[in-house]
Ligand binder design. Structure first.
Ligand code: ADP
Ligand code: MG
Length: 364
């Protein structure tokens, strides 16, 4: 039988992660409180102990150490791989100067397959933007009117204009008038973006907009208005949004795309997150960065990046997110079974994701 690892006990009886005190509660990233936690908290990597030292820990200390390690493995410490760095540079070029520009608003569309690391790359970028402002202009966050440099939200499937706008405005925690129309809420969003000096509006799950759906086309048109009316750079993130949805012009060809859609799609700089090639330096570098993050007492340099590079690729098909999640689970398995090292055998214990599972061949 197993027990759940609920973290070490604390003096006042309630560990931090079970506390319902408002400043301890974990908020969703799509609220300003949750976003702020994400930006301002830096996860500290627990020290890697030797196997000998590990054995000297008493039960309580060992439970605390293991809880700290597994928690750290879950945190989003962004590994800066080649693709990500190149994207961040291109994104920064677009964000720079946007606040001073009265021309048409520009956007960034990040597309790619599921679990390619799109969300990690875009939230990592937006966090970097806010962190730099916090470092250089801390007083900006002390102003009477709240300064909110980044808004992170998502697009919802099948929602009309009004619900979509309400969903985004929810980030700011502002109540919206129940009788407000969708159009009024678009104006409200533009007002709030400008009043809070929001420089980046990042909307994830953009694959939820479907082309040919009247309501979704209306939302896409509203987004254009938001880009024009605010000084925020809109970052749309979604699965294959270059081939489906209201921004997709590549798939339908120019002639079939309406002028509205062409105009919208042209406002965006397209960034495509790709799978990483097998046997590439990028793949090895990526694995080295995961290796350096994991906290395992018996791990050796090269265990993953050299010894398991092919196996991890085979199981992830080069999708960065799949590889990351697999290795984090494997690390926790290596803690639980006491081996403190990821080997091929550890990987076999980690369930395959849909992408990695072998497809059944039809009988000939
Ligand atoms: N550069 C990275 N550094 C750390 N973790 C990453 C990185 N890229 C992806 N991941 C992890 O991989 C998983 C899937 O990535 P995600 O960004 O959610 O993919 P997508 O949005 O493309 O579906 C997440 O758990 C995420 O934390
Ligand atoms: Mg995502």
């Amino acid at each position: 039988m197993f027990t759940f690892d609920l973290g070490p006990s604390t003096a006042d009886g309630v560990p931090e992660h079970l506390s319902t005190q408002p400043d301890q509660v974990r908020h969703a990233l799509s609220t300003k409180e949750g976003w702020q936690q994400f930006v301002t908290r830096t996860a500290r990597r627990p020290k890697v102990l030797t196997l000998t030292r590990l054995k000297t820990l008493d039960d309580t200390k060992r439970a605390q150490y293991d809880a700290a390690r597994t928690a750290f493995h879950r945190t989003l410490v962004i590994a800066q791989h080649t693709q990500l760095r190149s994207m961040w540079e291109q994104m920064a070029n677009i964000v720079n100067g946007q606040h001073a520009d009265d021309g048409p608003g520009l956007g960034i569309a990040m597309t790619g397959g599921p679990s390619f690391g799109k969300t990690a790359t875009s939230v990592g970028f937006a966090r970097l933007y806010e962190r730099q402002i916090r470092d250089e202009f801390p007083a900006a966050f002390e102003q009477e009117n709240e300064f909110i440099p980044v808004c992170y939200s998502s697009l919802v499937r099948g929602a009309g204009l009004k619900s979509q706008m309400e969903h985004i405005l929810n980030f700011y925690g502002l109540p919206t008038a129940r009788r407000a129309t969708g159009t009024q809420l678009v104006d409200e969003l533009i007002r709030v973006l400008n009043a809070c000096r929001t420089g980046i509006l990042c909307l994830d799950q953009a694959q939820n907009l479907h082309s040919g759906d009247k309501r979704d086309d209306q939302v896409a048109a509203a987004l254009k208005e938001v880009m024009d009316g605010s000084h925020a750079t809109l970052i749309l993130v979604g699965i294959d949004i270059d081939s489906t949805g209201p921004l997709a012009i590549a798939a339908q060809g120019r002639l079939q795309a309406s002028n509205d859609r062409l105009q919208l799609a042209r406002r965006f700089t397209w960034l495509r997150m790709q799978k990483v090639d097998k046997d590439s330096q990028e793949w090895r570098d990526l694995l080295v960065s995961v290796e350096n993050q994991l906290v395992l007492a018996n791990a050796k340099q090269g265990d993953i990046s050299v010894g398991l590079a092919d196996e991890v690729w085979k199981r992830s098909k080069g999708a960065i997110g799949v590889a990351f999640n697999m290795l984090r689970s494997a690390a926790n398995a290596a803690i639980a079974d006491g081996s403190e090292r990821i080997t091929k055998r550890t990987l076999l214990k980690v369930p395959l994701t849909i992408e990695a599972a072998p497809t059944k061949k039809k009988a000939a």
